[in-house]
Design a protein around this ligand. Structure first.
Ligand SMILES: Cc1cc2nc3c(=O)[nH]c(=O)nc-3n(C[C@H](O)[C@H](O)[C@H](O)COP(=O)(O)O)c2cc1C
Length: 249
């Protein structure tokens, strides 16, 4: 008995049909999962803000975040709070490429290697039992050796003393530059004061110096430049100047 099941047309039909079904399934899954991915991303950011503020290993992240952290937006030019931009929906990457809401940094200005900076940025506050600001959390980002490192710098309410630093996303080499995430290294920052230098070798007891990572001087330099940039006049400097004059409490 002869059948036509092995004809070229039928084989192609099956291949095209299968591809179409797979494409539909993948597109559907991608669209359906997008809100979940965004929610996970937001939760991860909140977890890192809580961690740098001293709320460690939190289980119910969004609940603890909403109870303990106030999110605001500041103008990086004036250091004033901006009321018509919401911190919750602030997308740094999208805003950075919108010419109306960001600008290009000159080579001399661009110490952190981020090319463009937004006009505004979110800042986060943790408060004490009396409702006074106890921790100021600044989002920071800058180029390491292999790519942009994203993190948070937590300061005491004086706007000068460092409480903590963490990095939640980077492309540095595990065991070398990747040690920026090692709690033993980030603990070295606690109690230091701005301006800060990440130095090769040991910082001794100098309050303005932190030991660089051994075997990862280039990443260490990137962290140094990142903190310098974000606490400078081009970024949170005007806001920190107001904080130091007692604008928060
Ligand atoms: C595969 C490879 C990956 C590296 N990754 C890093 C890194 O992530 N960060 C870094 O600063 N240096 C990294 N280095 C080392 C740098 O090239 C450079 O030697 C180092 O930063 C110098 O630091 P040191 O003076 O403390 O030894 C890497 C080197 C190699 C070969």
């Amino acid at each position: 008995m002869s059948t036509n099941n092995e004809s070229m047309g039928k084989t192609l039909g099956v291949v095209v049909g299968l591809c179409l079904v797979c494409a539909i399934v993948v597109s559907f899954a991608s669209v359906q999962l997008r809100p979940m991915q965004q929610a996970n991303k937001n939760e991860d950011i909140q977890r890192n803000i809580l961690a740098v503020a001293g709320f460690d290993k939190v289980k119910n992240v969004s609940e603890i975040f909403n109870q303990n952290i106030e999110s605001r937006v500041v103008s990086l030019k004036t250091g004033e709070f901006v009321e018509d931009v919401k911190a919750e929906s602030f997308d740094f990457e999208a805003t950075k490429f919108d010419a109306k809401r960001s600008y290009k940094l000159s080579k001399e200005e661009d110490k952190a290697g981020i090319q463009r900076i937004t006009n505004n940025s979110p800042v986060y506050f943790a408060k004490d039992d009396q409702g006074k600001v106890s921790t100021i959390i600044l989002p920071i980002q800058g180029y390491g050796l292999w790519g942009v490192m994203y993190g948070f710098l937590a300061l005491e309410a004086d706007g000068e003393t460092i409480k903590s630093i963490n990095f939640y996303k980077h492309s540095e080499t595990p065991g070398l530059g990747g040690e920026i995430q090692n709690p033993k290294w980030t603990a070295l920052w606690d109690g230091k004061a701005l301006p800060i230098d990440v130095v090769k070798g040991s910082a001794g007891g100098n309050e303005h110096k932190v030991d660089g990572l051994s075997g990862a001087t280039l990443t260490s330099n990137g962290v140094d430049h990142t903190v310098d940039f974000w606490t400078s006049d081009k970024a949170f400097g005007p806001f920190l100047a107001k904080v130091r004059k007692g604008a928060l409490n």
